[in-house]
Design a protein around this ligand. Structure first.
Ligand SMILES: NC(=O)c1ccc[n+]([C@@H]2O[C@H](COP(=O)([O-])OP(=O)(O)OC[C@H]3O[C@@H](n4cnc5c(N)ncnc54)[C@H](OP(=O)(O)O)[C@@H]3O)[C@@H](O)[C@H]2O)c1
Length: 291
């Protein structure tokens, strides 16, 4: 038995999953997707709506949200958009209040909105704001949403939260201290929250994604030729996380790195250090162009 799945997901996957044309467990579920105006969030919103979920789209760019919402409706799905800067605490509290009034309990939350920063510490000595702004959107925003939506999930004795984190939480790649630390905070928060909410049938998945070809990585030259998933491929992993509710979804490279980081940490330091020297900071990260 796969111990990472809930018993119900295991049954569905191993037994019922063999029966064709079963309806998705997302049918009729209210699913709030943050960062739904582009990239992985947009692809996830479309995929969830295609499976019968009612999607609540959240991001800052009203025009892009409307483009996604009208596209979903044109394809026969149901979506509502909410413009919100998730680093603004008051605005996020207002979002939670509005959603609960207009839709009742959110059944599933996808914490996808985020930002990445790739910059060595040697270029970060006077950039405390890098660490604050990654925590603001990658950690405090999702935590505020979870705190706001969890009571109704627990009251209805059903809920699931998917956090889009990164394989970096296992690899611990140099130059990503601000980004990976903020994602690791959310990863750890959710493992503990999942234990507390377990008895109320509210579960959490940390999806530790590898590279995905979105706007987020276009600024990094080192990634131009690197293998990367499409947003649609990443969205299929999010759908799997929503339908099966596993604890984590990880890559093989991430899992092997995690084990090696435990078994041979100094060796891994040497390997990571050598690897990082091959891919220097970008001109923007070095402060040689606008950021
Ligand atoms: N691309 C990768 O290789 C990769 C790998 C692992 C994990 N991830 C994670 O995947 C998630 C999605 O990233 P992506 O690759 O799809 O990049 P993306 O296309 O740049 O999407 C980022 C999304 O976050 C939203 N967002 C950013 N700041 C926000 C704020 N303050 N309030 C509300 N929404 C905000 C953006 O919308 P607005 O600008 O409209 O607000 C946008 O929809 C991120 O959490 C990222 O860390 C990405």
């Amino acid at each position: 038995m796969n111990l990472f799945l809930t018993p119900r997901a295991f049954l569905r996957r191993q037994v019922l999953g063999r029966v064709r044309d079963l309806p998705s467990p997302l049918v009729g579920r209210t699913v709030l997707v943050t960062g739904a105006s582009s990239g992985i969030g947009e692809a996830t919103a479309r995929a969830v709506a295609a499976r019968g979920g009612v999607v609540l789209l959240v991001a800052r760019r009203a025009g892009e949200l409307e483009r996604v919402r009208s596209g979903i409706e044109a394809d026969g799905g149901t979506a509502y958009s909410y413009v919100c800067d998730l680093t603004d605490s008051a605005a996020t509290d207002e979002l939670v209040a509005a959603v609960l009034v207009e839709h009742g309990a959110v059944d599933m939350l996808v914490n996808n909105a985020g930002r990445s920063i790739r910059r060595s510490l040697e270029y970060s000595y006077d950039r405390m704001h890098d660490f604050e702004r990654t925590m603001a959107i990658n950690y405090f925003g999702p935590v505020r949403l979870i705190l706001g939506l969890l009571p109704a999930m627990r009251a209805q004795r059903f809920g699931h939260v998917v956090n889009i984190v990164t394989w970096g939480v296992q690899i611990k790649a140099p130059r990503f201290s601000a980004y990976i630390a903020s994602k690791t905070a959310l990863d750890t928060f959710s493992r503990i929250a999942g234990r507390e909410a377990y008895a109320d049938n509210v579960t959490f998945t940390n999806l530790r994604l590898s590279l995905v070809r979105t706007d987020m990585i276009t600024a990094t030259d080192a990634y131009a030729q690197a293998p990367a998933k499409s947003p649609e491929q990443a969205a299929m992993l999010v759908v799997r996380a929503l339908e099966d509710r596993p604890l984590t979804i990880s890559t093989t490279i991430g899992t092997v790195s995690e084990v090696l980081n435990l078994l041979a940490p100094r060796l891994m330091d040497a390997v990571a250090s050598a690897g990082a020297r091959r891919f220097p900071d970008s001109p923007a990260a070095r402060g040689e162009s606008a950021d």
